[in-house]
Unconditional design. Sequence first.
Length: 496
Amino acid sequence: MAGEPGAAQNDDLRLADSLRAGDVIALTEVYDTYAPFLYDYCHGLLRDRVEASGALRNVVISAREHVDRLTEPARLRGWLYAIARKECMRRRDSPNRHTGQEAPEAEDELTQEQLARREERRLLAHSALAALNGRQREAIDLSVRHELDEVDLSGIFGMPLEETLALAQKAREDLAAALHASLIAQNHWKDCPSVAALTESWPLSPQTSTALVRHVENCPVCGARETPPLPPDRLLSVLPIAAIPADLRLDVLTAATAEDRAGNRRAIAAWTEPFDEYGWPLPYQPTAPRARDRAPGRRRGPLLAAVAVGVGVLVLLAGGMAWLGGGDDRSNAAATSPVTPGGSTPPGSSAPPEPIPTDPSSPTSPTASPTESKSPSKSPSPTASKSASKPPTTSRPPAPPTTSAPRPPKPGTLSVSGCDMGRNDSCTVTVTAVGGYVNWQVTGTSGPVRAGGSGHLDAGRSGGVQVSRASGFCWGSQTGTVSFSSGASARVTYRC
């Protein structure tokens, strides 16, 4: 983070011992040392300043009430983060949580030029982090910005140390690959039409960032491209830090020490339980349904019987529908997906949409293979038997077809027409198949324009390729061209 925990890294043991002794001054020192960082962490999980303030208050109260449980006082800082995470997960699960008021960013005394450079770096950081899953991003944030080690992460996530080490290692590797891909997209998008098509807007979405990483790994041009090294601490140092409210200190310390709030403190401390054998809070688990929400005991038997019958009927219906459907949803994906007239790429779309990446940890269900039926085949019906006993009726064989087999479609040529953006940010180049079908692809651009995409057009059908301005200084009229695999090119103009 912008600013380091400072002496707290070497002072955890003293502060923990002082808290155990009931030293109120130590509680104030704990707040002054850790509260800004804990507040930023809570705000990152809750995205609301009211909820983050309440979470921080409960963390300080729970820490004072439970500090005797901590068997390793030297890990006080990581232990506080574990309490904070459990409290934030509890608040996120509440239907009455406050939303919609994010905290302002902590102010930095930077010039306009420095602010512009920081914003550019932030777009890069957000684009790279978008390729990671939520647990990976949190692990990177805790280890890089909050400077916690894997032992602390193990206690915060409630995971075995071996799994935590694997999580941290995989998160670093995936971040390095995503940063490499984002740097290519930021600085070398002109060298690859696929990259240009994927990165028309910044920051990248999780789906686009994942697709970009996958493309760079498989593209010979992008894969061979070298990018300057950028350590994770420098990359994440530009991310915004939530500013802790100035009046929160008095509210928290009063709630943690006032004699008339002792009962409230005990209730708040109970939310942090249970703890493991080392005194770290176990991960939050959603509360089980309350007993009074269930039906009275004397009606549970009939109710359960009715539920069982209903479930049985649903299972039978589901089995019948699955048998009639002939497989899982994936087998019918092509039949249910929307079709663009003429089979072309829709106008304004530079490339076909990438599939949403799935969680690699989720199991993949294999396709069920057909099995032979165990039930014996039915005997012929009486009607069929009677029909079989009648003498066959003679009739002429059907006449052979007189029409010839249809000819396969023939390829055509691609006709393209340019466009003028005027003072807008983009325009659409029209592509048309003349005299037959055409498979087309954008192979490159020249001049200050960006475009990409590919598709198929049936004879006489048209599609579109969206062309946008290239970033950079602009003055007067600008002209560029978009080249296609057929050899055709379209002229694009705009004015600054």
